[in-house]
Design a binder for this molecule. Structure first.
Ligand code: CA
Ligand code: CA
Length: 190
């Protein structure tokens, strides 16, 4: 193992991933070549350091959170190609004519977005978590006072059961008016 041939993607793996994620086989092959380029020590899996070499993530203020979500998917210290693809599938644009794949439904996209905010994974977004993510997104461009008031207002608007936290159900209601399809779709292959 470890030679070039063993790193090739088998046709059945492609078909498998295609069924699960809805990517075309061309896209899978191209993303696989990107994956192997990131996989510096040729182990067939990516580590956190590998992810941090992706320039788009390195400059994204939420890069850490996005990287974190790949590891939530794998529940392990490394991410294999299949796990890599199922996270990317959440960002796959949904075309109106196609049958929606289960990974890029609105519900899955929202779950993914929710996990970005839920830093301690207790299934609730606290005021501190909201504030921390706001900090990552805006950096020092907005005063502490303004950020605090945005966090307070968001919690007050979203919180229905009065625990001062945002549950996934509450989060979904807030996002009802947001075009998630649009916001959570990334064109990878351009
Ligand atoms: Ca939390
Ligand atoms: Ca609540």
């Amino acid at each position: 193992m470890g030679n070039k041939a063993s790193m090739q993607l088998q046709q059945e793996e492609i078909t498998d991933i295609q069924t699960e994620t809805g990517f075309s086989s061309n896209q899978i092959v191209r993303l696989y070549s990107r994956f192997t380029r990131l996989d510096k020590n040729n182990r067939g899996v990516l580590t956190r350091e590998d992810f941090l070499r992706i320039p788009e993530l390195a400059i994204n203020p939420l890069g850490d959170r996005i990287v974190h979500s790949f590891f939530l998917e794998s529940q392990c210290e490394t991410v294999n190609f299949k796990q890599f693809m199922s996270v990317l599938a959440r960002f796959r644009p949904t075309k109106s004519k196609e049958i929606k794949n289960k990974l890029n439904t609105r519900e899955e996209k929202l779950k993914f977005a929710f996990r970005m905010y839920d830093l301690d994974c207790d299934q609730k977004i606290s005021r501190d978590e909201l504030l921390a993510v706001l900090h990552m997104m805006v950096g020092d461009n907005i005063s502490e006072e303004q950020l605090n008031s945005i966090a307070d207002r968001t919690i007050a608007e979203a919180d229905e059961d009065g625990d001062r936290m945002i549950s996934f159900e509450e989060f979904k209601k807030v996002m009802e008016r947001v075009d998630v399809e649009q916001k959570m779709s990334i064109r990878f292959l351009n």
